[in-house]
Design a protein around this ligand. Sequence first.
Ligand code: ADP
Ligand code: ASP
Ligand code: MG
Length: 458
Amino acid sequence: MKVLKFGGTSMGNANALEQVSSIVQKYSKSGEQMLVVCSAMSGITNQLISIGQLAEKGKQHEAMAIFNAIKEKHLASARQLEVIDSFKSCTNELFINLEKLVQGIILIGELSSRSVAYLLSFGERLSTRLLVCYLQRKGLSATQHDSTFIKTKGINYEEDEIDWESTKSLAINALGNNIQENVISVVTGFFGTNPQGHISLLGRGGSDFSGAILSVCLEINTLEIWTDVDGFLSADPRIVEDAQLLDEIGFQEASELCFFGAKVLHPKTIRPVIDNGGQVWIKNTFNVELEGTKIIKEARENKREVISISSKKVGLISLDLFASQSKKKQILSELFQLAQENGVDIDMIAASEAEISFCIEVKHLENKCFLDSLMSICPYYIKEDRSVVCIVSPKEVRGQCGVAGKIFNAIADSGVSIDMYSQNASEIAQLIVINTGDVKKVVKNIHSKLVSRNALLV
Ligand code: ADP
Ligand code: ASP
Ligand code: MG
């Protein structure tokens, strides 16, 4: 049995949905049992965010124009797939509720994070219903499920943590019968419900994680992430046109890359599945003949100098230790305490006698409480518009000389200065902070010098 997760582009229009259905049909014909997890149709989550922002400002006309566009996009696909009647009857109430929600936000002029979570859940509720109508029309036995049985801890509404124990028993209750009777469950990605029963989200791109949660809780060994690229590539293909397909990648290497911006997989996806003895594959919905990339627990021997490169925007903060009365070790301990209290993750840190520099997610630069309290610990400055470039090598790089040197040379050849640098002791990940405007140039250059030439470790 497999969990198949289809992302936004795989659900993007009627043609893509036909493709998804043909993959499901092919598996079904070969006797494979499946559970399907879907994202919203591509672009819908962003449109729902815009609706919320416009409604909060009282811009009724603009908010309703997007609401109508969302409705029309789904109805047009349903018409093309010839499921308009069944789709209308299973989504009538959803559209009424969505409209009521938008009017409610306009009325009170307030958009709480609880409302955002509820609002964004409509994308997945609609896409899964559309797919099920089509699978049923194709003669497949499939039922739609809202993932309210994924239980979260209620820490926040945008990216909540999972209550694994409760989720496990509720998921078995909700989907166990279908598994026994060989009916395909089509489940919404991206959200669950918190202890109060409110919708809470799993973070942007979180449907991958929903797939992982169901794979672990229902003990389904294989998770296939179906997307719009051939697999895990040696760089973001939007930056490096000739990025190479990786047949397999170790989970530690993949985790570093996903954490630092490789959008192809939500960073929380891999670990639970691999820890549970399962496998994660990345496959292309539009190129089904290819095997894709297998993410494995222990990568096989690999002599390449660099496997893959990713990048993500960060906030770079530097504490000026000389301007503070306190000692370095006291400041470090206060910094971590403050970060924890304010829900701020420190992604990268470098400390010397004069300064402590660290990177946080860009969204945390808006956390006024964290920044104000930080100033009371130690004066600091922020470097704006920074990104971290993450360069991952195989474990065989340990103890070898020269790879970091080549990376630095490639950056120097690009005429770019480095703000901050870090390498963990396992030596597999080099993290380099530079100006965001220089990322494309630097990634292309490192890729062409260390990946495209298939440079090998000696
Ligand atoms: P989905 O809608 O299927 O969830 P996403 O847009 O979230 O798809 O992720 C797939 C995209 O990730 C690709 O289209 C590609 O542009 C981007 N991407 C970034 N880094 C990588 C990488 N290293 N390998 C593959 N794709 C990557
Ligand atoms: N639809 C959600 C998003 O756009 C979740 C996902 O696609 O994984 O973030
Ligand atoms: Mg995604």
